[in-house]
Design a protein around this ligand. Structure first.
Ligand SMILES: Cc1cc2nc3c(=O)[nH]c(=O)nc-3n(C[C@H](O)[C@H](O)[C@H](O)COP(=O)(O)OP(=O)(O)OC[C@H]3O[C@@H](n4cnc5c(N)ncnc54)[C@H](O)[C@@H]3O)c2cc1C
Length: 813
């Protein structure tokens, strides 16, 4: 088909990989009128992973981002045949998800609640209805099921061919049997590609190479946490009487069932998955497969017979085993790379590539054309990872566990077991000895809560109050009533120095950072549209030196922003690992700290939002008066080698004040009581400062900054279409985690972006955007609010401010 074509010498965009992702990007670029696009496929379209996918196109996924991508795919696949004349095999057959445990029942009910936010119809069904919809099912042990009538399945090859046809019809040139051999760069910017058929000069490249993407990116120094695993299914002989029926998911057995032209396809996500290093993928891999280890998959095949007994008497025609690539957190990897400009990635589809393909193609095409994605995909952004998560050993160990997690319970606060202990805080041993139960974020082990003597520091997962509920309550209340200390060593710390540091940062930050030495500023980086790209603290530590401090999950992304935006005469350094961090918070923090330092900590001598170099416990350090939990408190940035010494000294001095170790769960609940946002959850590139209630932090009259035009337009609108609102449940027993729908006057108007228990206010709290124009305290007081948890609605108080110390007096006392 394409062999006869000659590669052009130049093109605007090169897409590498002709699976569903590459063809979908091509289709969407072409639909936006970008015709000067080439797609390079080493063998034939679909020959990698796409051809053998089961073809389930699930509408509902555990996160809003994945659900949005899938929702768009459905809309696209439904119209693609009419548009291109190429059949896709897409059918809205519906799907049924089974629950065999009470916890799973709660999970699918929560999914059903979330479905309403996206306008996806779903209903809980009993076993009688289940047997009607799925004749032949063994309903023993099934506690309930979720029916999603609009869910679908498609033919992955035909759908990919339809996307390719649509792309060609609109001008894209597709080159099969053409291997991309080298990414050409100059000064870390893409300049072209070299293939086995010649060189092409291009402006942008997107790697959509499925499991090959990690190796391709590595050649230009871009490391990706992608790893392939074996993934298998069986297809039976024809089953008498088997006709079109919904897709069936038996999560508790890790199984899915799809009727396929009178045969049954049964697949699974096993919890002991087999990883697949690239040396097992032959150079000429093309529509290949691996032998299926029947012993390994036997428990799943046996389980499927119990779910659908007709399988016991039906022969198996195909034992299929193919490779698919997964990522370390089961989320795709999308976006521009930090290391090489004009190089984009869309890979790591975690067995959702067919379902997500349409949405991913659109988002990536828009991103490449506009410079930003046409929807919030921050949780899939390539810049969410830490370098420690990209080593081969890390991905080889972690990623098989991720595959098994696909159908496992999506417990709140779930922690992976594998590939742990990548990065330790300087206090790890001390915190561990104090009973810390650790959780991992971006490879960093962080103390999430502290076990009491005799209690195991281990999570028992639950949708109810968890086993660590009282531990966190004690830690939380120590900060509210006495004093608590938490380890903030994992926080990202960047030093910006040089004569032009103030000028540069003043342009990057929306807030006024041209402040006296020692002043701490809470500020944001905005994008051109006024969306929130970062939520950071900037402190002027010397006339020409600033520190930018950020949360660990934003570390790589904020570094990317600074690195790309700082223009002249400044030195940017990542000093994160040089300093440990300790936060001492609570009404007794001043008394405690005054015992170990001669620096005057009085309100007058050390006001709120200021910092200085101090000697404390014999160690010179940067100390600043700030609080993410809304209390009187200080943050200490201590040279890493002395952090443990300071920690011990503080504990000794703190004994008389009842100083408690505090974990990150208590910090999270305390910041939510205050209504403080967390970037990536409560604010992101698609949210603006007015919607988030943070416009006060910007400086439109103190010079220009990135995003000022967007900011001014939003200001001129004199009101918002949506607004971040704080909620507090009336029922003290119910639990909120996030993603629960917000109901205003009986209508769903949004969902919670954060949820936690507020121990000082005595019930679960949450925050989320309410899609209703010009919300004011008066309008809130006149409306009724509920939060829907697992299909049950709970009455809630709503406020534009946090429920704890709304006037913010406590940190300033
Ligand atoms: C058994 C099984 C069942 C599945 N079932 C489902 C399902 O029901 N629903 C679902 O949504 N997903 C499913 N998946 C996952 C889905 O198949 C993948 O997520 C999807 O196909 C990935 O598409 P891709 O385009 O990223 O990768 P691929 O299809 O692998 O495409 C990448 C392409 O890049 C090409 N390439 C690589 N290197 C180069 C180079 N140097 N030069 C040129 N070309 C290159 C390759 O030849 C390949 O064609 C399943 C996967 C498996 C294994």
């Amino acid at each position: 088909m394409s062999d006869s074509q000659v590669l052009p010498e130049k093109a605007r965009i090169a897409i590498i990989g002709g699976g569903i992702i590459g063809t979908s990007v091509a289709y969407h670029l072409a639909k936006r009128g970008i015709k000067d696009v080439i797609l390079i496929e080493r063998k034939q379209l679909t020959c990698g992973t796409t051809w053998h996918a089961a073809g389930l196109v699930s509408l509902l996924w555990p996160t809003p981002t994945l659900t949005n991508l899938a929702k768009y795919s459905h809309e696209l696949y439904a119209r693609l045949e009419e548009e291109t004349g190429q059949a896709t095999g897409y059918r809205r057959v519906g799907s049924i998800s089974l629950a065999r445990t009470e916890a799973r029942l709660e999970e699918i009910k929560r999914t059903s609640s979330m479905a309403k936010v996206f306008g996806v119809e779903s209903e809980m069904i009993d076993n009688t209805r289940l047997a009607e919809l799925y004749p032949g099912i063994n309903t023993d042990g099934i506690l309930g099921a979720l029916y999603t009538p609009d869910d679908g399945q498609t033919n992955p090859i035909d759908t990919t061919m339809a996307l390719a046809k649509g792309a060609r019809m609109n001008g894209v040139k597709i080159f099969e049997n053409t291997v991309m051999e080298e990414l050409l760069t100059k000064d870390n910017v893409i300049t072209g590609i070299r293939t086995d058929k010649g060189k092409v000069e291009v402006d942008q490249v997107i790697l959509c190479g499925g499991m090959w993407t990690r190796e391709l990116a590595k050649t230009v120094g871009v490391q990706l946490p992608i790893y392939a695993c074996e993934h298998s299914y069986i297809v039976t002989e024809e089953m008498p009487g088997l006709t079109q029926r919904p897709v069936l998911r038996d999560y508790d057995r890790g199984l899915y069932f799809k009727e396929d032209a009178g045969k049954m396809l049964v697949g699974w996500f096993e919890d002991n998955a087999i990883g697949l290093s690239m040396d097992r993928i032959a150079d000429d891999f093309c529509f290949d497969q691996f032998p299926c280890d029947q012993d390994h998959v036997e428990p799943y095949v046996m389980g499927s017979m119990d779910t659908f007994p007709q399988l016991e008497t039906t022969g198996i025609r195909t034992w299929f085993n193919g490779p698919e690539s997964f990522t370390n957190d089961n989320l795709h990897i999308l976006g521009p790379t930090s290391e090489i400009d004009k190089l984009f990635i869309a890979a790591g589809m975690n067995s959702k590539g067919i379902g997500a393909g349409g949405g991913v193609g659109k988002i990536m095409a828009d991103w490449m054309i506009d410079g930003y994605p046409s929807g919030d995909v921050s949780e899939c952004d390539i810049r969410r990872h830490h370098p420690a998560q990209q080593h081969e050993d890390y991905v080889a160990e972690r990623i098989p566990e991720v595959l098994g997690h696909t159908y496992a319970m999506h417990w709140p606060f779930y922690q992976y077991d594998s590939a742990r202990d990548q990065i330790h805080s300087p206090l790890h041993a001390q915190l561990s000895a104090a009973g810390a139960c650790f959780g991992e974020v971006c490879g960093h082990e962080r103390a999430n809560w502290f076990a009491n003597p005799g209690q195991q520091a281990k999570y028992e997962y639950s949708y109810k109050k968890p086993n660590w509920f009282n531990n966190t309550k004690q830690e939380h209340m120590a900060m509210r009533e006495g004093v608590g200390m938490y380890d903030m060593s994992s926080f990202g710390k960047f030093e910006v120095s040089g004569p032009a540091a103030a000028k540069n940062l003043q342009y990057i930050c929306a807030g006024n950072i041209d402040v006296p030495v020692g002043k701490v500023v809470y500020t944001h980086f905005l994008n051109a549209r006024g969306g929130i790209e970062a939520d950071v603290t900037v402190v002027r530590t010397a006339e020409t030196t600033y520190w930018v401090i950020t949360g660990i999950s934003s570390h790589s992304r904020d570094w990317w922003h600074l690195n790309h935006r700082l223009i002249d005469d400044v030195l940017l350094q990542d000093i994160s690992m040089n300093f440990g961090g300790l936060a001492i918070q609570g009404p007794l923090s001043r008394q405690l700290l005054q015992k170990v330092t001669d620096t005057d900590l009085s309100n007058k001598a050390f006001p709120f939002a200021t910092g200085k170099l101090v000697d404390l416990a014999g160690v010179r350090m940067w100390m600043q008066r700030l609080s993410y939990v809304g209390e009187l408190g200080w943050e200490l940035f201590v040279p890493a080698q002395h952090t443990a010494t300071v920690y011990h000294a503080l504990h000794q001095a703190g004994e008389e004040f009842g100083l408690r170790n505090v974990g990150m769960h208590a910090v999270n609940s305390a910041r939510m009581e205050k209504g403080f946002v967390h970037w990536g959850h409560d604010v992101g590139p698609e949210d603006n400062l007015f919607e988030a209630g943070l416009s006060w932090a910007a400086k439109p009259n103190a010079g220009s900054f990135i995003g000022i035009n967007g900011f001014k337009e939003q200001a001129a609108a004199n009101g918002t279409e949506r607004r971040l609102v704080q909620f507090k449940l009336d029922d003290p027993e119910a639990m909120l985690f996030h993603n629960e729908p917000i109901v205003m006057n009986g209508e769903i108007v949004g969902y919670l972006t954060s949820g936690m228990y507020g121990h000082a206010v005595g019930s679960a709290i949450g925050m989320g955007y309410v899609n209703s124009p010009n919300l004011s305290p008066i309008r809130l007081s006149k409306a009724t609010f509920e939060i829907e948890i697992a299909l049950k609605r709970y009455s809630a108080q709503a406020s534009l401010q946090g429920f704890y110390d709304p006037k913010g007096l406590r940190p300033k006392g």
